[in-house]
Design a binder for this molecule. Sequence first.
Ligand SMILES: [Mn+2]
Length: 408
Amino acid sequence: MAERSFRLLHAGDFHLEQPAHGLTDAPDHLRSLLLELPYRAAERVFDLAISERVDFVVLAGDLLDASLAGPHGPKFLCEQFERLALRGVSVYWSSSGLDAAERWPHGCRLPDNVHRLVRNRQEACVFENDGQPMAWITIPPHETFERPRLRGIPLEREELRHIVVAHGEYVPFDLDEKVDYWALGGKHQRETVRDSDSVAHYAGTTQGRSFAEPGVHGCTLVQITSFAPPRLSFLPTSALVWHDLTLEVDETTTRERLERLLRERTAALAVAQPERDQFIRWTVHGSGPLLRRLRHGTLAADLVGTLREQFGRTRPAVWTESLRVRAADVIGTTSEEDTLLGAYLRELRTYRFDTEQPLDLREYLPEGRTPDALGDAAWHDSDQPRTALLEEAAALGIDLLSEPEDLP
Ligand SMILES: [Mn+2]
């Protein structure tokens, strides 16, 4: 077999239509970053394709919802594809239901280096380098249009390495072992679902949008040689990193100690990611009087302010979004008290452990109020968020029924 080695860049799930979300407030100096977040990360994919001198790029769907992204989205992608066209780099794009050819605006013509399905029939392309055929690349249709056949995918040129670019939630059993590399899209968390001679890999999204997608995201550089399985390396693309962090306190933790812990961990993040902006949401849990102090007065806001002042104003910023207390832990410290508050918390606890007891407060409403929204709020018949609701009610009770002298 002739030596056929090449390198490709695998990315997907850009979701250009989704800016950052889930924030109650954002500082002025980070606002434009939050709005342009998916664009910044996607651009980095094309920068990397150029700087790493890859032979071609595979994109595994969910690049954008053209109807939500507006004209800016398709225009941006065309500009990026043109950058690759100038360098002779081809793009193989396997659409999802979101970025299907039918949803692409008519006026925006893709450059010729971009290969995608137009009629949703499975297609194969041969990638050539200097007139030498290197790889057989198959793009199956997305299941929105036609059930893709992912086992027994034909490879008409046996001497070539076989790459399939596909979008969907697959398990190894779905995927033919004779394919050398499965470039998958549709899972936002990076994952190699099969690591053998036939590698199947999700590159993940290029950028987290909220605290629900923490950590550094990126794309995957794949090195393919004749006599070894594909070799993968991670290349980060995130322009901003989200952190949802917890910190434990106990009976002995002082305000000064908590502040020092927060500073140390924030400083460590700044050192670990010196080139990226970062957002942190802190949840404090554990036990002790500090938990109650954090729910009252200005202590939590003071700590957030201090951290923002020290780490949040420069660029790249490590911005502390908020600091909250886990409601369940506040309850534990107070429920044994022989006070009105203690009795209230013990009553709530019976509702928590006896899930058959309905949460029905409608009899406390004024006459004739039951059919409206207030009536709905006063009657809770679903088990699902019951625990969280009771914990919030308990924490609110602590806020309202605590003795003033308990407070800082
Ligand atoms: Mn997606």
